[in-house]
Design a protein around this ligand. Structure first.
Ligand code: ADP
Ligand code: ZN
Length: 525
């Protein structure tokens, strides 16, 4: 609190009502705020939109002195400070976007105790000069926003966050508050360690986002699937994530060509261009952004109606963060993941090529959880919340599995058709070629290889390409086939395929879901 407000001490409840205009705290907020006011180190784990800001803003106003907030992005700082100014709170930010003169002035006011809250970047905070200033003033608390950036286990490690653990030794009596929307247990434990929190109070809220409908579709022709999907969206706002810059550029160009109005965003674009795309998106001038994960933190837009993952993310945390950008206004929103076994094999290969074996192990485990999510035949939300140690025993009713449960059928003959075709092709052919042969296509390359004489040529002609693609994916999930990336993504049989070919074991498959059932979609206001 500033010198002026200290004369008139307030309770947290009073600040909530008078400054922020809210009648009641949300679950957990009061408890967190009380502990911080008492001076306790605290870790707050709440999903995006959960109300983390109040958790440190109110204690900063109630406690004596200024709250110092560490935030990783200039745009986030500016937003927060603008909002506080609108509420009549005395706050400022210090970063490189300000002139030297402006910074001088703010530091002067800061020393005089004029602010309730000052936002700074982590590198600024740890500069010796700035530390000197801090030693000469009253500090209410240190708040570390996006605290997962301090951890290698998180999805967004930042080098300049690494030293923040020093705060606790330099200011042992000032409470340090970490806040994050990342909830997995390993990251949580690491944040406590890295920030050096002492007997911390940890609050973890529910990570469920009930208004987001989770869907997973087998990726067959990624571009066409995305194009169909966005055309059903009717001008709704959305983000399409790809896992590389090249894919972003490619998908963007193709969508553009088919008349979908959208923009592209990735770290390879210059800062002005990125800023431009971001601003137009925030202002509803651009409906759809095709992006890498660089389009992320700071996308504080409430009416994003859909998030599409064109490629499978590398961890459940990333997936949760990225899909979490949808539906922040609480209205219906959708998260669509396009999932392809070939992508899985590629991601595993990338991870394996990492230079730190120990780290690769962790990454592989994290990716395995993502894969399990995508392959789940049970409620997606249960799988997701389970991952964050939030167990729920009721299916959610708002995911693809709940809305349209998979129908299992006897898949022995179907499976044998595929497996024997793979075998006849000497395990040298990729998915599409196997499908071409199964369907008996009249293709030059088939004739050249004389594969039209194989006994399996044409035995699958009654079903579509996408049907067989889906079946092949299921056989891969079941461990009957694998993708060999060292041989041009050729399909190989596994040991488990032999008894299937001999008809010695039963195989169930889910009836492939090939079309995307359009459901009523909320329109953008
Ligand atoms: P986070 O930082 O966790 O993403 P914010 O702090 O931005 O979330 O809060 C999300 C929204 O919820 C904001 O508009 C905020 O004003 C609102 N909010 C927070 N706490 C309360 C409350 N107790 N009552 C009503 N609205 C609240
Ligand atoms: Zn469900």
């Amino acid at each position: 609190a500033t010198a002026a407000t200290n004369a008139d001490p307030k309770t947290a409840q009073q600040v909530l009502e008078r400054v922020f205009g809210y009648a009641t705290f949300r679950t957990g907020q009061q408890d967190v705020i009380d502990h911080i006011i008492e001076g306790r180190d605290t870790l707050v784990l709440l999903p995006t939109g959960g109300g983390k800001s109040l958790c440190y803003q109110i204690p900063a106003m109630v406690r004596n002195g200024t709250g110092i907030v560490v935030s990783p992005l200039i745009s986030l700082m500016q937003d927060q400070v603008e909002q506080l100014h609108e509420l009549g709170v005395s706050a400022a930010y210090l970063n490189s976007s300000l002139s030297g003169e402006a910074q001088q002035q703010i530091q002067q006011s800061m020393l005089q105790g004029e602010y309730d809250l000052v936002y700074v970047s982590p590198e600024r905070l740890l500069q010796p000069y700035f530390q000197g200033l801090l030693q000469r003033m009253d500090i209410a608390l240190f708040a570390i926003d996006e605290a997962h950036c301090v951890s290698h286990w998180g999805h967004d490690f930042r080098l300049d966050y690494r030293m923040l653990g020093q705060l606790k030794s330099r200011f042992p009596h000032i409470p340090v508050v970490g806040l994050t929307a990342t909830a997995d247990a390993a990251t949580q434990a690491d944040i406590l360690l890295q920030l050096n929190l002492q007997e911390p109070f940890v609050f973890k809220g529910s990570f469920d986002r009930p208004n987001i409908r989770y869907r997973v579709m087998s990726k067959y022709k990624g571009f066409e699937q995305v194009a169909d999907y966005v055309k059903q969206q009717d001008g709704n706002s959305g983000i399409i994530y790809c896992n590389s810059r090249a894919k972003v550029d490619d998908l963007y160009a193709k969508l553009h060509r088919t008349g979908v109005s959208c923009a592209a965003y990735h770290a390879g674009l210059d800062a002005d261009e990125r800023e431009h795309v971001q601003r137009r998106f925030l202002n509803d001038q651009t409906d759809i952004v095709v992006a890498t994960v660089a389009f992320g933190m700071g996308i504080n837009k409430s009416n994003v109606r859909f998030v599409v993952h064109h490629d499978v993310p590398r961890s459940v945390e990333s997936y949760y963060q990225e899909t979490g950008r949808a539906g922040r206004d609480g209205l219906e929103a959708e998260a669509l993941l396009l999932f392809d076994e070939k992508d899985v094999a590629r991601v595993k290969q990338w991870i394996d090529q990492g230079d730190k074996p120990e780290r690769n192990q962790v990454e592989l485990q994290k990716f395995a959880a993502m894969e399990a999510f995508a392959e789940a035949q049970t409620c997606r939300r249960q799988v997701l919340l389970n991952y964050f140690s939030e167990f729920s025993d009721k299916p959610c009713g708002n995911c693809d599995i709940c809305l349209d449960p998979p129908k299992l059928i006897d898949g022995l003959i179907i499976g044998q058709k595929v497996l024997s075709c793979v075998l006849r092709l000497e395990q040298q052919a990729g998915t599409q070629y196997v499908i071409d042969v199964l369907r008996g296509k009249q293709l030059k390359r088939i004739f050249e290889a004389e594969h039209q004489h194989l006994s399996t040529y044409g035995i699958g002609k009654d079903e579509s390409d996408s049907y067989w693609h889906n079946i092949i994916n299921q056989l891969i999930h079941k461990g009957l086939l694998r993708v060999d990336l060292t041989a041009g993504a050729a399909l190989r049989l596994t040991e488990a395929a032999r008894p299937v070919l001999k008809g010695e074991v039963a195989v169930n498959v889910a009836v492939p879901r090939l079309s995307f059932k359009a459901e009523k979609k909320p329109r953008q206001a």
